[in-house]
Design a protein around this ligand. Structure first.
Ligand SMILES: Cc1cc2nc3c(=O)[nH]c(=O)nc-3n(C[C@H](O)[C@H](O)[C@H](O)COP(=O)(O)O)c2cc1C
Ligand SMILES: C=C(O[C@@H]1CC(C(=O)O)=C[C@@H](OP(=O)(O)O)[C@H]1O)C(=O)O
Length: 365
């Protein structure tokens, strides 16, 4: 069942973009955790739609209600369920095109899988809106990880061809992350950040959209976490990262660039610092044999241009079985990347928490 994920920490997401609400049930949280609502609010705001002129105009507050699993200001250890109401639905935009398949969105595949019965409004269950509950759950994971000194940070690495500086794979540290965290538009090179915003505004004025990449780092994961083969750290992270709508690629360390190197250039050579084993370089992104090696875990996520664009496109009417043209009105993100940054961090936190729980629950708390 696609809406359920996890081994030790189990997630079940539900809802549709234009239904009553969306939410998540989190199983496996430790009992006795006082939730950090300031952190949850902060993370939810980073993802919020309708917040600036480079995101969708749909205005949601993403205020949430915890239905179960929280009592007397503490998690109970039983399933924690949260609901986020949908407040700003404009379903008439979708009535007009209900039989026309939006190129690049999940209209056709969803129609085939659910035999035409799925809620098509606002992308239904496929909508990027369902990343709101993921951010809620991720904020709880981040809180638990932070107690254990594990920090996750990320920046926008590229929008179209405009490229930010890369993380220094072996040297990225808490100062780098803290500096990015203070920025509204999270980039290392602010000049490049301005160019990215200009590009998003340009494609928006052309009724088009643009894609890009996000680079993320997980700091202070001890060596020895993860498994070979099926539950490798890369597999666990990728599973959740590819669950984010619009994600088309994930690469670790030097990524595909490593294929162009010789072994002598690619291998991360060892040294000892303060009785800890480190590597001079971090081309493998902190993972060897599916297991953490104590260096920062670094990866990049590639996200496609938003499928719903205002420009005319060729498509079909699935009821009439006719070739037609489609022009999509409505409130769409001209670029998904800025709003996906907290989502990438959230799902990474959830994957890491699940991995760590595998290594003994007493690590948490
Ligand atoms: C935060 C976020 C916001 C998104 N906003 C939009 C949007 O406004 N319009 C749209 O067509 N797609 C948007 N998407 C992408 C679609 O949901 C996604 O492309 C679609 O469900 C098909 O899934 P796929 O691209 O993974 O194949 C968004 C995705 C995310 C993560
Ligand atoms: C509402 C959100 O984003 C939505 C994601 C989305 C899609 O197709 O993914 C389509 C748009 O929905 P609507 O047409 O109803 O405005 C976005 O606004 C959100 O992220 O909270």
């Amino acid at each position: 069942m696609s809406g359920i994920w996890g081994k030790n920490l189990k997630l079940s997401i539900f809802g549709e973009s234009h239904g009553k609400g969306i939410g998540i049930v989190i199983n496996g949280l430790p009992a006795g955790l006082e939730l950090d609502f300031e952190l949850i609010d902060k993370e939810m705001k980073r993802r919020l739609p309708g917040r600036d002129n480079i995101s969708t105009k749909r205005k949601e507050s993403d205020s949430f209600e915890i239905i179960s699993g929280y009592f007397n200001k503490n998690t109970t250890g039983t399933p924690l369920c949260v609901i986020i109401p949908n407040e700003d639905k404009k379903s008439q935009d979708y009535d007009k095109i209900r039989e026309l398949l939006r190129p690049g969105h999940a209209d056709y595949t969803g129609y085939m899988k659910y035999k035409g019965f799925s809620d098509y409004r606002g992308g239904g269950h496929f909508s990027g809106r369902l990343t709101a509950p993921l951010v809620f759950a991720g904020a709880i994971a981040k809180q638990i990880l932070m107690k254990n000194n594990i920090v996750i940070g990320s920046h926008i690495l590229s929008i179209g061809h405009v490229q930010d500086d890369y993380f220094d794979l072996a040297q990225v540290d808490i100062n780098t992350i803290n500096k990015i965290n203070t920025k509204e538009f999270p980039v290392i090179n602010e000049e490049k950040g301005r160019k990215m915003i200009e590009l998003i505004q340009e494609v928006k004025s052309e009724q088009d959209s643009i894609g890009g990449t996000i680079e993320a780092a997980i700091l202070n994961l001890k060596a020895g976490i993860g498994d070979p083969f099926f539950d490798s750290v890369e597999s666990k992270l990728s599973h959740l990262l590819f669950s984010i709508p619009g994600v088309k690629g994930v690469e670790f360390g030097r990524g595909f660039e490593i294929t162009k190197l010789k072994g002598s250039q690619a291998n991360d050579q060892y040294y000892i610092q303060n009785e800890e084993i480190k590597t001079y370089t971090n081309n493998n992104g902190g993972i060897l044999g599916g297991i953490t090696n104590g260096m920062p875990v670094i990866f990049r996520v590639g996200i496609k241009p938003t499928p719903s664009i205002g420009l005319k496109q060729k498509t079909v009417n699935i009821k009439a079985m006719e070739n037609v043209e489609i022009k999509i009105d409505g409130r769409h993100d001209p670029c998904i990347i800025p709003r996906a940054v907290p989502v990438v961090e959230a799902v990474s936190g959830l994957a890491v928490l699940d991995l760590i729980m595998e290594h003994g629950g007493n690590f948490i708390g």
